[in-house]
Design a protein around this ligand. Sequence first.
Ligand code: BJ8
Length: 425
Amino acid sequence: MSEDYKSMWESLELDLKAHDALLEVLGKGYQDIYLAQKNRPEGMGYFDFVMSEVHGLRIRELLDEKAAGQKVIGSFCVFVPEEIVRAADAILVGLCAGADFAGEEVEKLLPRNTCSLIKSAFGFKLGKVCPYIESADMIVGENTCDGKKKSYEILKDLVPNLYVMDLPQVKSAEGRALLKAEFVRFKEAVEKLTGIAIDAKRLKKGIEIVNNKRKAIYRLSSLRKADPPSISGLDALLANQVFFYDNPARFTESVNKICDELEKRIENSEGVFPKETPRLLLSGCPMAVPNWKLPWIIETSGAVIVGEESCVGERGTRNLTDDSGTTVDELMEAIIDRYFQVDCAIFTPNPDRLDHIVEMVEKYQANGVIHYGLQFCQPYLMESMPVEKALEAKNIPTLRIDTDYSMEDVGQLKTRVEAFIEMLK
Ligand code: BJ8
């Protein structure tokens, strides 16, 4: 660890010992899961570098940008409109975490039967190991699932700067009106935080920045239609995870570079896996870094993941925001329209998600779907039943997995996944 980073982490009041232990586990996991893969695209070197510096160089950049007057806003959900954040020259970073930490401390504040994603966010805060949360000038909590919205009542006493955004649960005219009111209120809060009045020109620029990174990641997704697959699901997932942390322009450029490389690979029928490897779609809860357990099990069991129907995946990135408006009002309406299409399982009813899963199966020519639900996540576990039914009706084999962040069930999951893949052959 460089002395420079050590003093930086100290300035953020991280617990250096605990943080070192976390980085060690993260580094080992990355080595065993990512670097152990064969035939990776060269462009993934960029993401290897990003991951090796995720608490180092990227935090240094954020702190430099803060010193230059920019604000950092942290979020736990893809409903927080990045366009508005960028329009005020602020930076949006994802705060969801994909590893258990400080479990005992967490369970003093949250019931044991809370999903791992929420527990992990609390664990990273309580264990003082997350430089992102400590760098944030504003942390946005959103009223989505019950677990998250109730946990923010507790989080507000742990952080000095929590802003809670209400969200609709129904896709009705009233639901859209609520989303609009909340996005307008959020815009005002961002203006207050940054001291910048967001005009149409700024909003257009914000939309352009975010659309560009969505287009790049969507281009990457589209290249996963090829057989043999030119990139592993693990690597594609990593790009989707880094989407939430990286400098957007650099991210866009790096993803486009990988896409150029993948196009060449596809032309030469070069793959990371042999032709006709069983192809799976992953659907369900978001997977935050370093939650790679299930994809790793799948891709070391003889299948390839060809798409993620997830917020760290197509649910979060697939729709662009229309940038043709010329006034703040028109552009805000376009932003609201774009986000109102996100088919999170907190909505009731939520038929669009079922359609989207089927559409993705067809588009990526998946042979089956693995539905991933985090234990105690009611929205996604409840919805996994109708998802399975809808897929069965179309003769699409489906496996429902219900798990958490611990590694205790790896053996059992591997047996189930292998049997499912065997059945697809
Ligand atoms: S838009 S999916 S990012 S809320 S896993 S915390 S749902 S109990 S994460 Fe999400 Fe926004 Fe929806 Fe996407 Fe609750 Fe379930 Fe835990 Fe979850």
